[in-house]
Design a protein around this ligand. Sequence first.
Ligand code: FES
Length: 109
Amino acid sequence: MPEAPFVAVADRDAIQDGKFIKVTIEGRSFILARVDDRFHAVEDNCSHEDYPLSYGCLDGDRIKCSLHGSRFSLETGAPMDEPADTPIRTYAVKVADGRVWIDPTQPSN
Ligand code: FES
């Protein structure tokens, strides 16, 4: 079992491949996505205009903002399209004991 600061946020089987769910840790929202059987966690906030990315959709290994269409890499958080020009935060994820765990304390960028 991962130690703190990792937090269990979902059962592994609760997320289908190619889908994401929104999870909340201490009032903060995150996107937890599963792509090609890998899990990714990013902040639920578009860097363009502080808009929830959970209103959007996945496009392969990218999350697409539904407001102006910018896509962000789930791996690095980098914006792939204008108008966004700033990365979103990504977070470490582990899978253990049939659950998915996020470290919400140390964004990678
Ligand atoms: S708010 Fe997301 S691209 Fe503009």
